[in-house]
Design a protein around this ligand. Structure first.
Ligand SMILES: [Zn+2]
Length: 329
């Protein structure tokens, strides 16, 4: 299978995304508001700096040149950030890719504080040291008002993807396996018309040809929370995007084919898998040592699955084309 054209050639709209080191704990909400106010009102004239959206914990900036000004503004105030470059792709480019790494457009993010959300992870599945690889199970609880104006597909700020009942019905019409729909309910345990997508199968590691994704430490944070570095036990956590190039996740075609065959899934059919790599830090409360956030895998789906998920929505997507290559060539 031939490799695809480089993602940057296909991207229809590129932006800088600056993740501010806020949004992991409700304690920060007052500072978040101040920061949001500052970014919108400050004398650097944020319109001139090309900020197009601030949906905490992210600021979206028109291009890298403007991003420099915003990063300088943040640095001058001692605010930590992690900058990446993002792009939107045309639907046809994603449908012609080998796979699609799902991201959800910012207007479909549900920003939640810790008190708005309760997620259960089966920690027996994850690393006993850092928790990476733990899977969602039983249910997700969310404050109903956070989600009631949405439909279709949304992402929680914990990077968990939810689909509504209608989207699930579209998927259920096709015969496919390998995804658990984890029920979503409110805090009175009333079921809501939403389900979290939990893939049952894990992809192999990405190949060395992968670009735009790195392993490392990145922003330390100054909010009293401990962000753990790469885990010596499982090696899965602390993957990040970089600001230097667009992500091009790359997999060995024969390894993928073998895995899908073992799971009885057709390579050209419907599939939704989770990456071996987990993105972000394990974050602990420095006082109690309890984990407040786990590194999450990304979801990689087949083009057909992507098409069904977004059948009614959006013309341009922040999702990333995935490449399968022949590593033995
Ligand atoms: Zn670990």
């Amino acid at each position: 299978m031939a490799g695809l054209a480089s993602n940057s050639k296909r991207a229809v709209e590129m932006r800088a995304k600056i993740r501010l080191s806020y949004g992991t704990d409700s304690v920060d909400s007052e500072r978040q508001r101040l920061l949001l106010f500052g970014l919108r009102q400050d004398s650097i004239d944020i319109r001139q700096a090309g900020v197009v959206a601030i949906e905490l914990p992210y600021a979206q900036v028109q291009d890298n040149q403007y991003a420099e000004a915003v990063c300088a503004w943040l640095s001058a105030r001692g605010i930590d950030y992690h900058r990446v470059v993002t792009a939107k792709y045309a639907k046809t480019d994603l449908l012609n890719a080998n796979g699609v790494m799902l991201s959800i457009n910012e207007r479909r993010w549900i920003n939640v504080e810790r008190s708005d959300l309760q997620i259960n992870f089966d920690k027996t599945e994850g690393c006993s040291r850092c928790g990476s690889g733990a899977v969602l199970f039983r249910y997700v609880r969310i404050k109903e008002r956070k989600i009631q104006k949405q439909d279709g597909i949304v992402a929680l700020s914990e990077d968990i993807v939810l689909v509504d009942r209608n989207t699930r019905a579209i998927l259920d019409k096709e015969s496919f396996s390998g995804v658990t729909f984890v029920p979503v309910c409110n805090f009175d345990d009333k079921p809501l018309d939403w389900f979290a997508l939990q893939p049952e199968h894990e992809l192999p590691r990405m190949t060395a040809q992968t670009r735009g994704l790195v392993r490392g430490e990145y922003w330390k944070g100054s909010d009293g929370l401990i962000r753990e570095g790469p885990c010596p036990q499982c090696d899965k956590n602390c993957h990040f995007q970089t600001a230097s190039e667009l992500p091009v996740p790359t997999y060995d075609y024969s390894s993928i084919k073998k895995k899908l065959e073992a799971w009885n899934i057709a390579i050209n059919g419907l599939w939704c898998l989770r990456t071996w790599e987990c993105f972000g830090h394990t974050i602990r409360d420095s006082r109690t040592q309890s984990i407040v956030r786990l590194p999450q895998p990304m979801l990689v789906v087949s083009p057909r699955f992507f098409e069904l998920l977004f059948i009614k929505l959006d013309k341009k997507f922040v999702c990333t084309p995935v490449e399968f290559i022949n590593c033995n060539d």
